[in-house]
Design a binder for this molecule. Structure first.
Ligand SMILES: [Zn+2]
Length: 311
């Protein structure tokens, strides 16, 4: 995921989520906005305005898809109910047979079998449709209430940018959301160092991180060694020790290969994507931040991990 910007005058389209990272891959890539091919330059500026704007578009698309998915789910429920009723009727008809001969019994049993299979298939299709609708619902949920998110993104940016004035340290905390939010109550100043807003979306999260970056804040990764989903495996941490200024793209690739079932990769409930924490770290690495290791009084040797800005 490298960020590029279209060089066509007046277009300036920003390419996010790009798997293309080499000049030869971009040379053949057409800009989705101005339709010119191959005019891309590296983009290192802030990305939260683009992410938020695309979320606004995305949620409209998702809501339309959800309406269709719900209609499909309801249609398949009716089909399933019908299939069950037909099967039941077949069974009743069979039970009501008076002294049937063998060929009739065989043919009626085959009919019941066919109807049973049809009901099983219809049931599975209905469950699949239900699952698809639930996934869309949860994707819509992830994007939050857009008016509130867009309003609070500015607040989050400013609060991260002014963390030093508010908390006496130019330091922010990232990590598993539930774990990090516990730090809100550990002293009057700590609440200023976490992202603490009632409305949330990935774009708002990026706005908060970029607010901190604009103030050259340090980002401390809060690790909970008692919970694998709030922790980073030692094998991965050792790679950051070896290469503190880890390449942002290599970092995401590493999250996928070595970060499964950890703070870095979300692969539960049918998902397969970087965690929001991994994307926060990606935002920092693409701005030249590097990993710094120290000893933590509470968590032990080498367990204090801070991402520090370039000097
Ligand atoms: Zn363009």
């Amino acid at each position: 995921m490298v960020t590029f910007q279209c060089e066509t005058k007046g277009c300036d389209h920003i390419l996010l989520n790009s798997s293309k990272r080499y000049a030869y891959e971009l040379a053949g890539f057409t800009c989705p906005k101005c339709h010119k091919t191959g005019s891309w330059k590296n983009y290192t500026g802030e990305i939260h305005p683009v992410v938020l704007a695309r979320e606004d578009v995305r949620i409209v698309e998702l809501k339309q898809k959800l309406l269709l998915a719900l209609a499909e789910r309801d249609r398949l429920k009716i089909e399933f109910d019908q299939a069950c009723a037909e099967r039941r009727n077949c069974e009743l008809a069979y039970n009501a047979l008076q002294n049937p001969d063998i060929p009739t019994i065989v043919s009626e049993l085959k009919k019941i079998e066919r109807k049973t299979n049809a009901a099983l298939v219809a049931g599975q299709r209905h469950r699949d449709a239900e699952e698809a609708a639930a996934k869309l619902d949860s994707a819509i949920d992830d994007l939050g209430n857009r008016d509130a998110v867009n309003r609070d993104a500015g607040t989050a940016y400013r609060s991260a940018a002014s963390v030093e004035a508010a908390s006496q340290k130019n330091k922010l905390y990232i990590g598993n959301r539930q774990y990090v939010s516990q730090h809100r109550d550990k002293g009057p100043l700590k609440k200023f160092r976490i992202l603490d807003v009632p409305n949330w979306s990935p774009g708002l999260n990026v706005a908060w991180v970029e607010g901190g970056i604009s103030a050259k804040a340090h980002f401390k990764i809060k690790l909970d060694s008692t919970n694998q989903y709030a922790n980073i495996p030692d094998t991965v941490l050792n790679k950051f020790k070896d290469v503190p200024a880890y390449d942002a793209e290599d970092f995401l690739a590493l999250c996928k290969t070595d970060g499964k079932n950890s703070l870095l990769w979300f692969d539960k409930d049918g998902y397969n994507r970087p965690t929001w924490t991994a994307l926060e770290i990606w935002c920092l690495l693409r701005k030249g931040y590097s990993f710094q290791f120290g000893d933590s009084k509470k968590d032990g040797k080498g367990r204090k991990i801070v991402l520090t800005p370039p000097v």
